[in-house]
Structure formats: structure tokens, C-alpha cells
Write a new protein. Structure first.
Lengths: 459, 518
């Protein structure tokens, strides 16, 4: 006997959750199945929509021959991407026709962002405008993004107040002084300084960010001083570190920390630090593992629960169980060696791309492993990539090709299964890393696929 | 009167805790070889400068174990003429034609080789952020170190396993967190087994204490001969003070009460199965706790399954091994596994699927057994094992049946905690979902935090405070929840829930029994 629902969503990231909630809001009984804990914990927690429109043609024709043959030669030359875009919606028309935004339309992106605002509640900012915000990320780059955590608000690059950035010697992936230097080099409209302080030294040299966050959440004693007070004390000697152009010394008005300021009680931690420092406090989004990503994961799974979506993680969907007349009836879920059938009237595939393992690849080709959907790709794998690492990499756009109802199509453009819809990174056509569009694509295709799946199931 | 029934599989158990842990007869293993418990097959990985004597290394590799080992290491690149071994253990043939092989062929791996798992780690550190111990313990370097990094380090013979492996509680949340399917818990189990086997002082209090904790079944079977006396004596103040001082067992914890009638005694007195049905058979793996401490869970299992027309079998069985894995006592675990596998294979042969009511038992049979031991039929057992509620949800119209039963007359509210081991089997939401629409039942999920006890972890004096710190989030959420009764599938999570909140704790099968009127 199959475990049944109206709509079954396969995946556990932003696209899957968006699809599940949107289908549930259309009245469908929805179940979400995800192999592992959500990959949101690897996400920065920023919700980008479209930051750049990258060139799809090189500045001069690509060199002949396999790319590896040209290792000693000049790399391919590509024009700089257009951007950062002030308005993500405005750039959509200039994306390639096969881009998911062109397929589902800019309204889907708008609806997806609205849904996100609703689910994220007061924890996120940026919903008041269509325009991108510029958020500094931990490499010292400034990222155009549509929504950002409230914890990052005081750090916006468009704000002209002087900024102190705090770092810790034991957090090796992040250098506060280099961060401040790069920000200034990027021409931000404020003075910035970086300072390395003693605090994380009280923990083991490779302490996990979760350990630091927990110590601040619970205000644990650090050598007899409560953690929040100890951190503020370590930072306060540096509040005058910023030197402006005239050589004058300003007291900084905002202080940035790597994103570990508490987990469950982040707001209280930031408030207390701000109070003690007499300056606004913000977090700088980090690479994985990412507390902002973990917090978003918690929030979105709570939202799933509140929307009545059933969900389970821990077992993978490994293939189609049964299908007739071009419709999938059940998929097979591997339960530690034995498969169990999960049935639904409509399915949403939101398993991610090459990194999320929604696409599988080896030297022979690139495949979609759940429904074995068609993935468009050059036959010769030397055409999967170009020499220039920052060029228009063909593999970046690999994925399933949906029709206007988000149903993946075969090589001839015919719909593969009438009741299978795709969303997020598994959908091809976007170069999310260069466009800064990963979250937006997940939201836009997620809401579109979720609605279509509900419609299909309600018929 | 003896409490042992003949089919209890207990013969030879009495000297378990004092038995010397001598060699297994397989000789001193090569360093880095994940050999613990895997004595039926040669290890597939031979490290550089290993113990294989020179002449064997260059001997004809057509047959013999050295040949097998070496072939598995060097794989398909060995030239027919037997090219000279290079310093790195590869083949240094001048005739090697790069077009004739793919680089991937150099490392053929094998069923038991963890290299592939180590190589799958791309160091995203998701495992570390999911680790409940690393979140509170400044001495613990986290699962990424304990797994793939330590695996690489210990390939060299001069490298001991780091003692911190004993701080891993074996909650296995890292397995669930890893986006790359690195077999973290398997690596931890093997490193811990190796540490305990080769580096731990066998006369140390810690070793003896851990061995006693790991062999809970032995203590429990003794205690349940005189359950009332045992329940009293084990929790008697001065005795507890002594246990903490001498054995390192925290006096804050109450030992669980022993049932005056074990599940197996009840089963025997009842005359066994009340339903016979060759088409629907299940073999119940009750585990130690349902037998000795909470037979009401086992009784609920039997009644619920008989309600659905199943013939319940109760084969002889020993400990699933969960507490032994967590303490690196792989030999003890293997000995118990032999009995379990033998009897469960027989039941499967009679058409049964194996049902466990404890999620750690089902986890062990499904995942750890085939990962760690090579016993005949172990894969069959893994494939046929299910958790009790999971099985009914797959095979029966449970929702329909519950709706027809009409729910409870007096409303009851529960604070449900999903055990970590349930999470890894995809079961963390099943209880909440099953009872969501049942009238008169309110069940609230208290979140995805770990209870902190992790079987025997919280039973160690030096870990007690960490254990309670990890559990704090769960205690808070339980207090916030409306229900004043806790619910979980795992007996040690239940101990921790009770210890932290004072709530009475039930198993979902008990509620299922009540709601079905079984």
C-alpha cells in the first residue's frame, strides 16, 4: 500500500519548501520528502533574485580545440557581466530565452518573493522595495540581493556610516582587516576598519560556529565574564579605529561580526552587544556552515508544519515506482535497503542542481536520477566547459528544460510526464552563480511548480 | 527460580563483562585498515609501508591473500609483467599507457574500503554544525575530524586514534546532515572500536564502566531476576554515591525500574501468538528495554499487530548492539549479532518481516549491522527490518483505521520528541503525522534538538553535564508544549525526557493501542 498525498514534493531546499507551501495554499494535501537535512544550512541566508546579467558570448571567438589543450595560452576573453543591477525585474528581458525567469515570467518571481516575505515574517528585510540591496559578504565583496536577514541590516553598503569589522584569529576563513580593505577598494561610501580581537581564543582553536553561537545564546561564562559582555569588552578598544580621509578619528556607528551572534536568541544577543558598544551591530553572512542558513531552515520547516505540509527527511527517492499513460503514479523511496511506494496525483521535483545532487554526473554524461528526465548537454564532455573559470560555463546551465507549466520536456520538446513539475536548481538555463539568481529562481519556479501541481491534483 | 527461558539466547552471557578481550586470531592488523568486526573478509586497503612482507608484495599475485590485498590496492594499473613497486605503492611501469586506463581506475575501492567515503567529503562542515556534542564540548573536535580526517591520519602506522573519539555519542546526526553521503557514523564506529581495542587500558575504571553500560542486557537480565530488590538497590543513595565515586556513574540519574514480569515472561504466560496467519507474519525484535523495563510497549506492539491480523513471532534475541557500538565494544556487539542474525534469518525464511519498537534497535539492524559485520544473512535482515509504526503506515490503512475507531473520549496532549536515530531512518515526523487527525489527541513536536543522553553517553559522570546541556533545548520546548505527557520511540531519550521534566513518557505504540482499542 502506497503512502499517498495529492502532491509529493521531492527535495528539501528553498524551491521544495516554496512549492510545498504554494501547493498547500491551493488546497492540496502535500507531502515533502527529502534525502538529507536541508542544504539551506550551506546557504548564506541571503535571498538574491538577479544581480547581474552575464555575457553569453565571449569578447572574441573561443579558441579551437579542447580547452585543456590551451592551458598555457591566454584564457578566453569574456566581457564583464552587466551589473550590479539596481532592479532585478528590469534585467529579466535581457536573459536568454531558455532562462527559468523567461519561462515562468517575472510575476512568478514577484509572487515567490511575496510568499517568502510571508513565511520569513519579521526575520527578513528588503520586501519594501523591488530594488536590490547591497550586502557585504565575508570575502569583502558586495552582493546585490533582494532580501536579507534583519541581522545583516545595519551592514548595508549603501549606508554611509563608518563601520568597524571584527574578526578572530581562530576563524581562519575570515580576515577582518582584509575584509575592510576590500570594501574600501570597492568604493563603498563609508570608512571601514578591521580589527582582530580576543574572544574566540577562549574556545578550542577550531571551535564550531554553533559552539560560539550557543555560548552567546546562553550567555555562558568565559573566564568568569558572561559571553556577551566579554565579547563587547574585547571589541570596545577598537571603536575608534576608523580613520577618515582627513586623518580624523571617528567613533564607529556600526560594528560587523561574522554570523555567529546566537542561534535561537540572536536578536537578544545583538541588542545586548549594541547596547554595550553604543553602536549598531550586524552580522556578515559567511560561507558554509552558515548560521543564517540554519536559522532560515528552522523557520521554513516551522512554516511547513504550520501550513499542514507533511514532511520527512532521511530517505532518498530513488526512482519511478509505477507510471501509466505518461503519468507517474508512485515513486520509490529507499528505506534503508527496501523501497516503499509513495503515491501522488502530482509530483514536484526540487532536488537541486549539480551541487545539491539533483543532477548526477560522471564521465559519460549528466543525468537526473529520480525521474530520469532529459538533461540537455553536449555529447562531447570537452564542450561542457570553457577555459575561463568566470566565463559562460555550459555546465552551469545544465538541468531539465521545463515547458511553460514547469513540466520537464524531452529532447524533442515534448512533455515527459503530464504530472511531474520541476523547480529550483534542477531546472536548467540559469547561471545562478554569475547572475546571483539562485534563490530567486527557486522562489519563482517553486511557486509556479507548486501551483501547477495543485491544479493538476485538484482535477 | 530462573527468569531465563530456554529460547532467550542467554547461554554463555554470564561472564560477558569479565571476559578478556584477546585477539580475534587475525593477527595484528595493518594500521588504517578498517578491520574491526570484519573478520570474514580480507581488508581491501593496504597502506603504504604496511605489514605485508616484501617477498609477498612481489610474489605471484595469482592467488593467496597477499595477492588479493595488493590487487585491491593497486587495482587495474598493475602491468602484466609485474612492474616495480614505487615508493607510493603504485606501479611504476614505464610502459604505462595513459590512454589505456582512466585515472579513476587507479582506486578500485571495494565493498569495505572507506576511501570513497573519505574522498566524498568536501569539507562543507555541515556535520560539525549538526553535532550536538561539538555545540557544548570544547574538547570535542567534531565529526568531520573523527570521520574522514582521522581516517586519513590513521593510515600511517605511527598515528593513534585520538582519545576524543570516546566523546562521540553516536547520535548519527552527522549522517543525516552530510550532503555527500560520507559514511560518518561508520567511520566513527570503526575508529572507536580500534581505539578501545588497541589503546584503551583494559583494567581502567572507564573501560570496565563502559563495558558494563554497553552490556546493559547482562545487568538487566540479572536484575530482573529480583526486579524489586534491584530497582531499590540500584537507586539506593549510598550505593549511588559509591557508584559515582568508584565507577563514574552520575548519582543524579535514576536507574530505570525493572518490570516484575518481563515481556518474554508475559509472552510465554500468554501462550504466544493469538493470531496465526502465514500470509502476514512479523518477527518482533523487542530489544532489551521493552523486555526488562517497559514490557507495556511490547504488549502494545503485539496487540496492535494482532489487531491488524498479523501473526507475531518473538524469536530468541540479544542486544541489538547500539550501546556497544557507542562504547567501541564491537566484539561484544558481534557476538550478540550472531544470535540475532541467526534467529531473524530463520524468521524471515518463514515469511516474516522484522519489526522493532525501539528506533535505535531498528537503526542498528538496518544500518550498522551490514556496515560493520559480515555475517551470513545480515543484508537480508537489514532489508526486512522496519520500525513498528513505519511498517503499519506502509502496509495498512492506518489513517482510515484510526478514523473509524473514532479517537479518544478524554482528550490527551503529548509533547513528542523524535529520537536522532529515528531521524536517520526518515521517521522523525511519523508519530506526529499519524495522530494529527485523531480526535482527542493533541501532539506537539518539540523540535529537532537532540535529547542529549544518546544511550549510554549521559550515563557517564564526565559527560553528565554536557548531556543535560544538550538536552536543555528539548526540556524547554517540552515545558512550552501543552501536553504534560512526553512521547518518544527511544527508551533512553525517554529516560532523559523524564529526568529533565519529570513527565511520564509513553511510546507511540501505547497510544496506538489506546486509539485503536486494540
Amino acid at each position: 500500500m502506497a503512502i499517498n498525498s495529492d502532491v509529493l514534493v521531492v527535495g528539501g531546499g528553498l524551491a521544495a519548501i516554496t512549492a510545498a507551501v504554494s501547493a498547500a495554499r491551493e488546497g492540496a494535501d502535500v507531502r515533502l520528502v527529502s534525502h538529507k537535512a536541508s542544504t539551506l544550512r550551506q546557504a548564506s541566508g541571503l535571498i538574491d533574485a538577479l544581480g547581474y546579467v552575464p555575457a553569453t558570448e565571449p569578447a572574441k571567438p573561443l579558441r579551437d580545440g579542447p580547452p585543456t589543450a590551451g592551458r598555457e595560452l591566454d584564457p578566453d576573453e569574456w566581457p564583464d557581466p552587466e551589473g550590479p543591477l539596481a532592479d532585478p525585474f528590469e534585467g529579466i528581458d535581457r536573459l536568454p530565452e531558455s532562462h527559468p525567469y523567461r519561462i515562468v515570467g517575472s510575476d512568478a518571481l514577484r509572487d515567490g518573493l511575496d510568499l517568502f516575505d510571508d513565511l520569513a515574517g519579521g526575520a527578513y528585510r528588503g520586501g519594501h522595495t523591488d530594488r536590490n540591496a547591497l550586502v557585504p559578504t565575508f570575502g569583502g565583496a558586495v552582493k546585490p540581493t533582494a532580501r536579507y536577514p534583519a541581522a545583516a541590516e545595519a551592514g548595508l553598503a549603501s549606508d554611509d556610516r563608518p563601520m568597524l569589522v571584527v574578526g578572530f584569529r581562530s576563524l581562519t576563513e575570515y580576515d577582518a582587516r582584509a575584509f575592510a580593505g576590500r570594501l574600501e577598494a570597492a568604493g563603498v561610501p563609508f570608512d571601514a576598519a578591521g580589527a582582530e580581537v580576543e574572544f574566540a581564543e577562549a574556545f578550542r582553536a577550531d571551535a564550531k560556529i554553533t559552539r560560539l553561537a550557543k555560548a552567546l545564546d546562553h550567555d555562558e561564562d568565559i573566564d568568569g565574564v558572561p559571553a556577551r559582555e566579554a565579547l563587547a569588552k574585547a571589541v570596545s578598544p577598537h571603536l575608534h579605529d576608523v580613520v577618515d580621509e582627513e586623518g580624523g578619528v571617528d567613533r564607529v556607528e556600526r560594528v560587523g561580526f561574522p554570523a555567529f551572534l546566537g542561534d535561537d536568541r540572536g536578536e537578544a544577543v545583538r541588542d545586548e552587544l549594541a547596547d554595550r558598544l553604543g553602536a549598531d551591530v550586524f552580522e556578515i553572512p559567511m560561507g558554509p556552515p552558515s548560521l543564517p542558513g540554519l536559522r532560515l531552515e528552522d523557520r521554513l520547516f516551522d512554516a511547513l508544519d504550520a501550513e499542514g505540509v507533511r514532511f520527512e527527511t532521511g530517505n532518498p527517492v530513488v526512482g519511478v515506482g509505477s507510471a501509466t499513460d505518461g503519468r507517474v503514479e508512485t515513486v520509490a523511496v529507499d528505506r534503508k535497503g527496501r523501497t516503499a511506494p509513495y503515491g501522488a496525483d502530482a509530483f514536484v521535483l526540487a532536488t537541486g542542481g549539480l551541487v545539491g545532487k539533483g543532477l548526477d554526473s560522471d564521465r559519460e554524461g549528466v543525468r537526473e536520477p529520480v525521474f530520469d528526465l532529459h538533461v540537455d548537454q553536449p555529447e562531447d564532455r570537452y564542450e561542457w566547459f570553457v577555459d575561463d573559470a568566470f566565463g559562460d560555463q555550459p555546465y552551469a546551465r545544465f538541468g531539465v528544460r521545463p515547458d511553460e507549466r514547469c513540466r520537464p520536456t524531452d529532447a524533442d520538446g515534448a512533455v515527459q510526464y503530464e504530472n511531474v513539475f520541476a523547480a529550483g536548481g534542477v531546472v536548467g538555463g540559469a547561471d545562478a552563480a554569475r547572475e546571483k539568481s539562485a534563490s530567486g529562481v527557486s522562489l519563482a519556479t517553486g511557486i509556479a511548480a507548486g501551483r501547477q501541481a495543485a491544479t493538476e491534483a485538484n482535477q | 527460580m530462573t527468569r531465563h527461558t530456554e529460547d532467550d539466547g542467554d547461554a554463555g552471557d554470564s561472564n560477558e563483562t569479565t571476559e578478556s578481550s584477546g585477539g580475534c586470531g587475525c593477527g595484528e592488523p595493518a594500521p588504517g585498515v578498517p578491520e574491526a568486526g570484519r573478520d570474514e573478509q580480507p581488508s581491501t586497503f593496504v597502506p603504504d609501508g604496511g605489514e605485508i612482507p616484501e617477498e609477498e608484495m612481489t610474489a605471484d599475485s595469482e592467488d593467496g591473500r597477499a595477492g588479493e590485498d595488493r590487487a585491491a590496492t593497486d587495482g587495474g594499473v598493475e602491468s602484466a609483467s609485474g612492474g616495480a613497486e614505487s615508493a607510493t605503492g603504485g606501479t611504476d611501469s614505464a610502459e604505462l599507457d595513459p590512454d589505456a586506463y582512466d585515472p579513476v581506475d587507479v582506486f578500485p575501492g571495494g565493498d569495505l574500503d572507506l576511501r570513497e567515503g573519505a574522498d566524498s567529503c568536501y569539507k562543507c562542515t555541515s556535520c560539525d554544525t549538526s553535532c550536538p556534542v561539538a555545540e557544548v564540548d570544547d574538547e570535542f573536535p567534531g565529526p568531520k575530524f573523527q570521520g574522514p580526517e582521522q581516517w586519513r591520519l590513521k593510515r600511517k602506522e605511527d598515528h593513534d586514534i585520538d582519545e576524543s573519539i570516546t566523546s562521540c555519542s553516536n547520535c548519527m546526526r552527522c549522517d543525516d546532515a552530510c550532503p555527500s553521503s560520507v559514511p560518518l557514523s561508520q567511520m566513527h564506529n570503526e575508529a572507536r572500536g580500534q581505539y578501545v581495542e588497541r589503546q584503551m587500558e583494559k583494567l581502567s575504571v572507564e573501560y570496565i564502566r563502559n563495558r558494563i553500560l554497553a552490556n546493559y542486557r547482562t545487568s538487566a537480565s540479572l536484575a530482573s531476576m529480583f526486579p524489586r530488590t534491584a530497582s531499590f538497590a540500584m537507586n539506593f543513595g549510598p550505593a549511588r554515591w559509591a557508584m559515582e565515586k568508584v565507577m563514574g556513574i552520575p548519582k543524579e540519574r535514576d536507574f530505570p525500574e525493572f518490570a516484575t514480569e518481563t515481556f518474554r515472561e508475559w509472552w510465554k504466560a500468554r501462550g504466544g501468538a493469538k493470531v496465526e496467519n502465514p500470509d502476514k507474519r512479523v518477527a518482533y525484535f523487542h530489544g532489551c528495554y521493552s523486555n526488562y523495563n517497559t514490557p507495556e510497549v511490547g504488549k502494545a506492539m503485539v496487540r496492535v499487530y494482532e489487531h491488524f491480523g498479523y501473526e507475531v513471532m518473538v524469536p530468541p534475541q540479544k542486544c541489538s548492539g547500539t550501546p556497544m557500538f557507542a562504547n567501541g565494544m564491537l566484539k561484544d556487539a558481534r557476538r550478540h549479532a550472531e544470535t540475532n542474525i541467526e534467529n531473524l534469518v530463520e524468521a524471515i525464511g518463514e515469511g516474516a518481516d522484522v519489526i522493532a519498537s525501539c528506533t535505535s534497535c531498528s537503526m542498528s539492524l538496518r544500518q550498522e549491522y551490514p556496515e560493520l559485520f559480515d555475517l551470513h544473512g545480515i543484508e537480508d535482515v537489514a532489508e526486512h527490518t522496519f520500525e513498528a509504526l513505519e511498517y503499519l503506515r506502509i502496509h495498512e490503512d492506518l489513517e482510515g483505521e484510526l478514523e473509524a475507531a473514532g479517537g479518544l473520549d478524554d482528550e490527551r496532549a503529548f509533547a513528542y520528541h523524535a529520537p536522532c536515530h529515528a531521524r536517520n531512518q526518515g521517521l522523525s515526523r511519523q508519530a506526529v503525522e499519524t495522530f494529527r487527525d485523531v480526535d482527542g489527541v493533541k501532539m506537539e513536536d518539540v523540535g529537532d534538538s537532540c535529547s542529549g543522553i544518546s544511550g549510554t553517553y549521559g550515563w557517564k559522570e564526565e559527560k553528565y553535564e554536557k548531556s543535560m546541556e544538550i538536552g536543555e533545548e528539548m526540556f524547554e520546548h517540552m515545558e512550552d508544549a501543552e501536553g504534560e505527557v512526553g512521547m518518544t520511540e527511544c527508551p533512553t531519550c525517554a529516560m532523559q525526557m523524564e529526568h529533565g521534566t519529570g513527565y511520564e513518557i509513553e511510546h507511540p505504540l501505547q497510544l496506538l493501542e489506546d486509539t485503536l482499542g486494540a
